[in-house]
Design a protein around this ligand. Sequence first.
Ligand SMILES: [Zn+2]
Ligand SMILES: [Zn+2]
Length: 172
Amino acid sequence: MSQDRRKDWDTYFMDIAFMVSTRSQCHRRHVGAVLVQGKKLLGTAYNGAPMGVPDCSEAGCMIVEDYELVTAAGKEEMVKKQRCIRTIHAEQNLLLFTDRIDREGSTVYVTDEPCWTCANMLANSGITEVVFHRAYPKDSLKVSVMMAQKGIQFRLLEDYQPPQETLMTIQN
Ligand SMILES: [Zn+2]
Ligand SMILES: [Zn+2]
């Protein structure tokens, strides 16, 4: 591969996050996250049930329904949404499997914008940057406000194409 076609670091690490996400067994969402310090990969994680416990492919997703306030065409509306709570989110698994010292000043690349709980935990984990690709509008506003308050760089990788083979059909 010629030098000018070489992947930039954002693409390189986000591609790895998408590769990692293919390990997920949840039919509803495949999320991957990687920890990067400098240009060194220090950890990888995906969303899944605790080790040794049946996962979504074996036991099915564990679905809960929530009402969510959605603004559509300037009108606020309560919409019922379903989500799977069987899994530990990728970002939380990443924190469980990495050391604090490796996280200080590090970057997390994650396929999806973190939910509120993950964002809160990331904010207290020592990391100083979060880069994501797919937006998660539900928590986006409060998460970006909190990241700004913490001084954590919070970047959407917009012009990015995930490797085709890492994308799954999501059941909604
Ligand atoms: Zn699931
Ligand atoms: Zn989360």
